[in-house]
Design a protein around this ligand. Structure first.
Ligand SMILES: [Mg+2]
Length: 124
């Protein structure tokens, strides 16, 4: 069983990502509505993959990746992270990768691209 955490503030987007990722085998999905909530969940349970939005209240996606990668006390510090950026925001994508994200997908999300990218990191 692979545990995937989706960090995203838009309920519509969460719904869409859950719908897509649920098609994979042996995947358990958890969600957090912003970076602060995401970090809290990552400090508590075991996760195999994180997908995170960039624009979120309190702690945005870039700050979230940066804080996670630098938190030595977090057992999920090295968990693979896929950032979700908006098409045309290459500089944000590059910044995210520099901060420690492992891959990215762009909005509007393409179901096939989400599946392919997720499968690079978990057996599903
Ligand atoms: Mg957002």
């Amino acid at each position: 069983m692979s545990r995937v955490l989706i960090v995203e503030d838009s309920p519509t987007m969460v719904q869409l990502l859950v719908f897509i990722i649920k098609k994979l085998r042996d995947v358990e999905i958890d969600t957090a509505n912003d970076g602060a909530n995401g970090l809290k969940k990552l400090s508590e349970g075991r996760y195999d993959l994180v997908l995170t939005d960039i624009n979120m209240p309190l702690i945005d996606g870039l700050k979230f990746v940066s804080l996670l990668r630098n938190d030595r006390s977090n057992g999920n510090r090295d968990v693979p992270v896929i950032i979700i950026t908006t098409e045309g925001e290459e500089s944000i994508m590059e910044e995210g990768m520099k901060l420690g994200a492992n891959s990215y997908i762009t909005k509007p999300v393409n179901s096939q691209r989400v599946i392919e990218t997720v499968r690079k990191f978990i057996n599903a």
